[in-house]
Design a protein. Structure first.
Length: 233
């Protein structure tokens, strides 16, 4: 069976780099932690700049509230900024309770959503009744799933099978990438989207390198650093 095209989104890219990469990738993703790392001071102002710089490419921006009323208000406010924004909604609140009702209300408002921090198929099944007809993104945090000793590829493939069986319009996103091989994982798992940090994106150049050549470069790097540091044994 032919695999679908994998769209590549850059994760947490600096504003100044969006112009250079927006014609090379399919979209961009952000979260509050990434905004913090970028030194953002004004959440809404930066969101507007990102959306404008990336337009018409997709941009996922996360809410920062922790209750239904607050997030509903924030989501509507973010969605009004630009047509290319997908509003990121966490799969649960910080107390562990499902955001099911919130997602249902936002879906009814026709707001494009990126449901984030998904770790299990059961989480997808729980919200599926309210997202099945929308063109929302479901972000499976593969890297963090691997972190806890679970095969994220199996979780992803099983989720794909479930969505396919239900003929869903939702897009599956391979998130929390840790290495360039995540691109291979995502393609193998029939993902619609992968989001990766810029340094990992750039490592794709190594895919064309022969193993022996990369081995030799590694040996030379170690030796060069030893000489430069003037180490002695």
């Amino acid at each position: 069976m032919k695999k679908r095209k994998l769209n590549i989104y850059l994760d947490g890219i600096p504003l100044k780099d969006i112009k250079n990469y927006k014609n090379k990738v399919d979209g961009f993703t952000f979260n509050p932690s990434l905004f913090k790392n970028l030194g953002v001071k004004n959440y809404l102002d930066f969101t507007k700049k990102v959306a404008k710089a990336a337009y018409p490419k997709s941009v996922s921006i996360e809410v920062i509230g922790d209750d239904e009323k607050t997030i509903f208000y924030q989501a509507k406010k973010l969605a009004k900024i630009s047509k290319n924004i997908f509003v990121k909604i966490p799969i649960t609140y910080t107390n562990g309770k499902s955001t099911y009702n919130l997602i249902k209300k936002l879906d009814e408002e026709k707001i494009k959503l990126n449901i984030t921090a998904i770790f299990t198929l059961n989480q997808v099944k729980k919200i599926f009744p309210v997202v099945k007809n929308g063109k929302h993104i479901l972000s499976i945090f593969a890297g963090r799933i691997f972190d806890i000793g679970i095969d994220a590829e199996k979780v992803f493939i099983n989720t794909r099978k479930f969505l396919k069986s239900k003929k869903s319009n939702c897009k599956l996103l391979w998130a929390s990438s840790r290495m360039v091989f995540d691109i291979i994982f995502a393609k193998r798992s029939d993902a619609d989207i992968i989001t990766i940090p810029l340094p990992i994106y750039k490592k794709q150049r190594f895919f064309k390198m022969k193993s022996e050549k990369y081995s030799l470069e590694t040996v030379r790097m170690f030796y060069k650093d030893a000489v430069k540091a003037k180490f002695k044994i």
